[in-house]
Design a binder for this molecule. Structure first.
Ligand SMILES: Nc1nc2c(ncn2[C@@H]2O[C@H](COP(=O)(O)OP(=O)(O)OP(=O)(O)O)[C@@H](O)[C@H]2O)c(=O)[nH]1
Ligand SMILES: [Mg+2]
Length: 271
C-alpha cells in the first residue's frame, strides 16, 4: 500500500485547517490530540509562522489574552493545522468580535493556505441543563461561516448516563444487566432530546448552522478514537467535493491519516 509523506504534502499543497470552538473544559485539546494520535502538546506558531513558546501562550491565556490566529500543529500529524477558540465565552465583547472577524475572513479567504476548511464546535454534555449557553447562542446566531462546514461535537457524551441512571434507578431493581443497560440508554436519549440543544442549533434565525453532528465519549481514555468525527467532517463537505474524494491520490496505512488526506484532497480541489 502506498504511503504519502506528510512533509511532501505540506510542501506541495498545504494543510487541512480546522477551527475548534467551545467553552473552557469542553474537551477541545483532547479531541485534537486524539485526531493526531498523540498525547503531546502542539507546537504553536503565530500568523506569520514564527514559533511561539507554549508557556508564554499559556500565561497570556490565563490573563485573558488569547490570539485565535495562532496555529497549533502536532508533530505526529502535521497535515492538520488547528486554531483554538480557547473558551471565548469568558472573553470580552472585543474578543467575540475578533473571533467573528477571523471566521468571516478565513471562511472567505481566496488563498487556500489561509482558508478554514472546517469548524468543530464542541458542546459538552456533562452539564445537561446548560448545553446551550450565551456563547453558543451568539456564535450560531451571529457568525458568518460561509461555506465552511460546521460540525457540532457533543463531547463527554457518557456523562449523561449517571443522570439517566439517577432518574430511573428505582425501576431498575431486579432487572437483568442487559435490560438495565438498554433502559439507561433509552433514558439517555430522552435526556438528550430534553436538553433542546438540537432545536436551538436548527433555529432558522441562526446564521451558522451545523452541517453534521457527532457524539464523542470517553475521549480521555486510551481505547477510544475520533474516527467518527473525521468521517463526519468528510461527509459534511459538499457533494461535488465528495465525488472528487474518489480521486484521492493514494492511501495511507492508518485510517486517521487516510481520512485526513481525503479531507485535504477535497479541500484543495474545491479552490
Ligand atoms: N469524562 C470525559 N472527560 C473528558 C472527555 N474529553 C476530555 N475530557 C477531560 O476534560 C478535561 C478538559 O479537557 P480539555 O481537552 O483540556 O478541554 P479544553 O476544551 O481544551 O479546555 P480549555 O483548553 O481549558 O478550553 C480534561 O480533564 C480531559 O481529560 C470525555 O470524552 N469524557
Ligand atoms: Mg484546551
Amino acid at each position: 500500500m502506498a504511503t504519502i509523506d506528510a512533509e511532501d504534502l505540506k510542501q506541495r499543497i498545504g494543510r487541512f485547517r480546522v477551527l475548534i470552538m467551545g467553552r473552557a473544559n469542553a474537551g477541545k485539546t483532547t479531541i485534537l490530540q486524539k485526531v493526531c494520535n498523540t498525547t503531546d502538546q502542539p507546537e504553536i506558531y503565530d500568523a506569520k509562522g514564527n514559533k511561539i513558546d507554549a508557556d508564554i501562550v499559556k500565561s497570556s491565556i490565563k490573563r485573558g489574552d488569547h490570539n485565535i490566529t495562532n496555529e497549533m500543529i502536532f508533530k505526529s500529524n502535521p497535515i492538520f493545522v488547528f486554531h483554538d477558540s480557547c473558551g471565548f465565552e469568558a472573553g470580552s465583547e472585543d474578543e467575540f468580535e475578533n473571533m467573528k472577524k477571523f471566521i468571516s475572513e478565513r471562511a472567505h479567504a481566496t488563498e487556500l493556505q489561509e482558508r478554514i476548511h472546517a469548524i468543530w464546535y464542541c458542546i459538552p454534555m456533562d452539564d445537561p441543563c446548560r448545553t446551550f449557553q450565551r456563547s453558543e447562542e451568539k456564535f450560531f446566531l451571529e457568525c458568518d461561516t460561509g461555506r465552511v462546514p460546521v460540525v457540532t461535537i457533543f463531547t463527554k457524551f457518557e456523562a449523561l448516563r449517571p443522570f439517566a441512571y439517577g432518574e430511573i434507578k428505582n425501576e431498575l431493581k431486579g432487572v437483568s444487566s442487559e435490560e438495565r443497560s438498554k433502559r439507561i440508554s433509552e433514558r439517555v436519549e430522552e435526556l438528550f432530546t430534553k436538553t433542546g440543544v438540537y432545536d436551538r442549533l436548527c433555529n432558522p434565525e441562526n446564521r451558522a448552522r451545523p452541517k453534521s453532528y457527532v457524539r464523542l465519549q470517553n475521549m480521555n481514555k486510551h481505547n477510544t478514537n475520533c474516527d467518527a468525527l473525521l468521517e463526519s467532517t468528510t461527509l459534511a463537505l459538499d457533494d461535488e467535493e465528495l465525488r472528487l474524494c474518489l480521486n484521492t491520490p493514494g492511501s495511507c496505512a492508518s485510517a486517521i491519516r487516510a481520512t485526513s488526506i481525503r479531507l485535504w484532497s477535497l479541500s484543495i480541489r474545491h479552490c
